[in-house]
Write a protein of this length. Structure first.
Length: 211
């Protein structure tokens, strides 16, 4: 049975292939080639991928990114489809689902929503619930540097507090859209934002959301 992570992985690979290596993405400064290299480095170079979070490893990450962006684009796409190497922790279904479902969903939308003619995907309720479960667990981490109080709300009224503070801004939308918002894709997320107007402006323009 296909998992959400595997489904999103294959969809991302298909979108990257269709878009070609020089298409825009929602990741500032990155084209599709850069995004593809990022996905491969994250899975195949754990010694360098730590540079995404640990400053001391940043030079190693930069070198690995240069190495992989120089590879043929078709090879990068194939490596994404194949997935992590045999002994990678990502080979374990539980870790794959926990670590990659959101990662691949967000990057899929990074490719889709950077195109001028993009249309919203229809996501099934089970997938939305899975995304909400992950959002509930990570909301505080993703929103820890928000410039205002931040509450995330599903259309059915379920809420998650991403940042305590005042004034409070409430962002309402489907879990998939709320995830994009807290991952720093505020301008592309289809959400309703309610609160003090100055606070809303600060939040929507913030570069502090996400990791």
């Amino acid at each position: 049975m296909s998992t959400f992570a595997k489904r999103e992985r294959l969809l991302l690979a298909d979108l990257l292939e269709t878009a070609g290596p020089d298409a825009p993405t929602l990741c500032e400064g990155w084209q599709t080639r850069d995004l593809a290299a990022h996905v491969v480095v994250r899975e195949r170079r754990p010694d360098a991928a730590g540079g995404m979070l640990i400053k001391q490893l940043a030079p190693r990450l930069e070198k690995a990114m240069e190495e992989f962006t120089a590879k043929p684009y078709e090879e990068l796409i194939q490596l994404i489809r194949i997935g992590p190497p045999r002994f990678s922790p990502f080979q374990l279904k539980q870790i794959d689902e926990m670590s990659n479902t959101v990662e691949f969903y967000v990057h899929t939308e990074d490719v889709r929503r950077a195109q001028p003619d993009w249309t919203a995907r229809e996501l099934d309720p089970v997938f939305q619930d899975a995304l909400w479960s992950r959002l509930e667990r990570t909301a505080r981490l993703m929103g820890r540097k928000a410039p205002t109080g931040l509450v995330l709300r599903r259309p059915d009224g379920q809420t998650a507090v991403a940042h305590r503070g005042a004034p409070v801004v409430t962002v309402t939308g489907e879990p998939s859209e709320l995830l994009l918002f807290v991952y720093g894709r505020q301008s592309a997320a289809k959400v309703d934002v309610v609160g003090d107007q100055d606070a809303i402006t600060k939040l929507q323009e913030s570069k502090q959301l996400g990791i």
